[in-house]
Structure formats: structure tokens, C-alpha cells
Design a protein. Structure first.
Length: 430
């Protein structure tokens, strides 16, 4: 066999292997969206265009006089409508069925070298927990977010300090496996305390997080040394807690810190700098209070659309009138204040449980000074880039996943209605 033929044979074998995971039933329909105003986000607006969807992907997009409609396509007349990429929420706790608390006793905090650790009622750290294993989608929740234009969400575990690992899913149905776009997506950490056990103070929480990363670094180093000296060296003891942390300290997989107030932002930045983590800061609805510092760091921000002030804020503790004013005026201005400082960010629905509220809060952010174009980028291409999915999501381009929304009007206008939603190229039925 000629040597030149071997690479071609190998590619053929790999292609056949990939096809083995695809059955004829997996082949999606073909649609032609005709005469829509197409807003690609990554390129100029096409006032009267055609977008072709085939087998879950965008096949072609462009002006009506330059795109041929395939004979097998179902034509969707979209005159008077605008086509946008599906919106992405880069941090949620949606679709989860959390496991019940352990019956009849406490769980031991994963062993770290801090002295005097008690037995808490719930584990402080569960980095090995995968959000995918907790997914239980409900159609009512899917409908709520799809009607608001959201087609992709990051779902993170919601318990403890080191909470576990998230998954990115397309909202394409109630079966978790076909929904997965990326798993795991990131490790999630929250600056909370462990009621009834260690750590019961924020100081203890910070010490717990730091020590966990220190132990993970030592564990990763021991494993790396052993891998180079398999003969003649006693193997390190396997530790599932530290094993789950290892990719985040050694391989620099993304770590998301939930920053519930401005002080949490400062705490997170110190830990990120100390351990040189590949980090993102989420929630951050008080980022405007630390904009001068955030402007100097390239750390991505996942800014919540939940405009309720933090529980310890002076806006909460000085009367109902001030709280309402903060929720209606001060916190909705957080995104626009960041944009004015030239700070890039993605918007998220973190803390919100229905799509209609998320859409109303986007409109509130726009009224507070954020431009509709900035809002759209912060819900499409920006989160796609942060999540390492820009080649698949975030804009209307050939080859990308066909997450497309058709709106009767400008997407964030109060009178606009989402008419049709395609997720993975499938037309969703409300």
C-alpha cells in the first residue's frame, strides 16, 4: 500500500466511526426562512434575507437574491419579522432536581489540612457533582425561556461552597442527553457559609477554598511525578475530591466564582491571582461599585439580570422605599455602567426562574442606558466566546448550530413577540 494512501484510509475509518453515532432518525428537517430581516450579530444586518437550516445546522445565510432555496426545504415566510441567533444565558440553576439531603446524619467535609473541622449538616465541597446528572427538564420551564428567546443555558449545581461542575445545554426537549452542548463546562464556587458546621464564617469559607486549591495543586503534582516514575515509586492515594479539582488547577479549566456583592468580587480576584486560575466572575450585580479594578483585569464577567440588591446591602437595610428604588433604578444600571467603562460582559438569567422576567429585566437595563446592540451581544456572541463555544453558537453563520429566533419587531422592544424558535434546527412547538 502506498504511504500516501494511508492518511486517506485513516480519515475514512474515523468518518465511518463518527457516522456510527448517527442514525437516519437523527437527520433533522430542512427549512428556508425567507424575506426576514437577518441580524447575524457577527456581521452586517441583511434587510431582506434567506436563512437555510439543514440537519440542525445553518447551511447558508444571505440576501434573498443570492441564496437559492433547496427543493426539499419547508419554506417559512418571514416578511415583517427579524431573525436573531438564540439567546444564551451563561449561568443558571434551571432544570435541576437536587438530591435529597442525607438522611439520619451529617456528612464529613472532604479532608483538607485545616485543623478542627467539624461535621456539617451538608457537604461544603462537592466538586465531583455534575449538573448533567441532576437535570430533569420540564416543558413549562423550557417554554418560558424559549418564548423569551433563550435557546441555550449553562446549568450549574446550587449547593455548598465548591458546588460542582456545570453543563451547557440547548433547550431542545425533555431528554437530557440530546440537550448537551458542553459537559462539564466549568467548576462553580460560591462565597457562602455552611450552617451547622464548618466553615460557618466567611473567613472560614475563604480559608476552605484556598486550602482546597492548595491541596489540589499538591495532589496534581504528586500524580504528575508518579506518571513519570511508574516503576520504583509508590503511587499516590486516590482522592475523588482532589481528583475533581485537578483539571481546574493543573489544566486551567474554567472556574466560575459566584460574587454576591462587591466584597465577593474582591475575594475572588485575590484567589484567582494567587492560584492563576482561568476564572469568570458571575452574579456581580454590584460590579459597578468596583469598575475601576475590573477595568484592569481581563477576567470575564457574567452579569445577572436579577436586580434585587444583596441581602447585606444598605439598600436593603434602610427601608422599603430605598430597596424599591435600588431594584428599579440603581441595579438595572449595572450593565450600562460597565459598558460606559469599556468593560466587556455577558448577561445571564442567574437568580431568575422564568423567561418573561428575564426579558422585562433586559428592557429595564436598556432603559437604564444599555444599548439594544450591547444587550444583544451580551446575550449571544459574548457568552459563546466566554464558554468556548463561539465556533458553534452566538451568531447566524453557516456551519453553526441552528438556534434561531424569529421576532415580530426588534427583539427587546416591549411590544415584540417571539413568533418562532428553532433549537438545534428543530421548530419548537409552544
Amino acid at each position: 500500500m502506498p504511504k500516501s494512501a494511508r492518511p486517506l484510509i485513516m480519515l475514512t475509518i474515523l468518518a465511518l466511526g463518527a457516522l456510527a453515532w448517527t442514525s437516519p432518525a437523527d437527520v433533522g428537517p430542512t427549512y428556508a426562512i425567507r424575506n426576514a430581516k437577518i441580524v447575524p450579530v457577527a456581521g452586517p444586518v441583511v434587510e431582506k434575507g434567506i436563512l437555510i437550516i439543514r440537519d440542525g445546522l445553518i447551511e447558508s445565510v444571505g440576501p434573498s437574491d443570492k441564496i437559492a432555496i433547496p427543493e426539499d426545504a419547508e419554506v417559512i415566510e418571514a416578511a415583517g419579522m427579524a431573525a436573531y441567533p438564540g439567546l444564551i444565558s451563561a449561568h443558571t440553576h434551571l432544570l435541576l432536581e437536587e438530591p435529597a439531603a442525607p438522611a439520619g446524619g451529617a456528612q464529613q467535609v472532604p479532608s483538607i489540612t485545616l485543623p478542627g473541622a467539624a461535621q456539617p449538616n451538608t457537604p461544603a465541597g462537592t466538586p465531583d457533582v455534575l449538573a448533567f446528572g441532576l437535570l430533569k427538564p420540564k416543558k413549562s420551564t423550557l417554554d418560558s425561556f424559549l418564548r423569551a428567546g433563550f435557546t441555550t443555558v449553562l446549568v450549574a449545581p446550587n449547593r455548598g461552597i465548591i458546588q460542582g461542575q456545570s453543563v451547557v445545554v440547548d433547550l431542545n426537549g425533555e431528554d437530557p442527553e440530546p440537550m448537551v452542548v458542553k459537559n462539564p463546562a466549568a467548576l462553580h464556587i460560591n462565597f457562602t457559609t455552611n450552617r451547622g458546621g464548618y466553615p460557618s464564617s466567611l473567613m472560614g469559607t475563604i480559608a476552605y477554598i484556598r486550602q482546597s486549591f492548595l491541596d489540589a495543586e499538591g495532589y496534581a503534582l504528586a500524580q504528575a511525578v508518579y506518571a513519570k516514575n511508574l516503576k520504583g515509586m509508590k503511587r499516590p492515594v486516590f482522592n475523588p475530591f482532589l481528583e475533581a479539582l485537578r483539571p481546574y488547577v493543573r489544566d486551567k479549566k474554567p472556574v466560575v466564582f459566584q460574587c454576591n456583592n462587591v466584597e465577593d468580587i474582591k475575594r475572588a480576584l485575590k484567589i484567582v491571582d494567587e492560584f492563576k486560575l482561568n476564572a469568570m466572575l458571575s452574579h456581580v450585580n454590584e460590579a459597578w461599585r468596583d469598575a475601576s479594578v475590573l477595568k484592569k483585569t481581563p477576567i470575564p464577567l457574567l452579569v445577572t439580570l436579577d436586580f434585587r440588591p444583596p441581602s447585606g446591602s444598605l439598600f436593603v437595610n434602610q427601608g422599603e422605599d430605598l430597596r424599591k428604588k435600588a431594584e428599579a433604578e440603581i441595579y438595572p444600571a449595572n450593565p450600562s455602567n460597565l459598558a460606559k467603562e469599556g468593560i466587556a460582559f455577558a448577561l445571564t438569567t442567574f437568580g431568575l426562574n422564568d423567561g418573561s422576567t428575564a426579558l422585562k429585566n433586559i428592557q429595564s437595563a436598556i432603559k437604564a442606558g444599555l444599548s439594544p446592540e450591547q444587550a444583544l451581544r451580551a446575550l449571544t456572541i459574548q457568552p459563546a466566546q466566554y464558554l468556548g463555544l463561539a465556533a458553534q453558537l452566538g451568531s447566524l453563520e453557516p456551519g453553526k448550530i441552528a438556534n434561531v429566533i424569529l421576532a415580530k419587531g426588534e427583539i427587546f422592544d416591549e411590544k415584540t413577540q417571539i413568533d418562532k424558535v428553532f433549537v438545534d434546527g428543530i421548530l419548537w412547538k409552544f
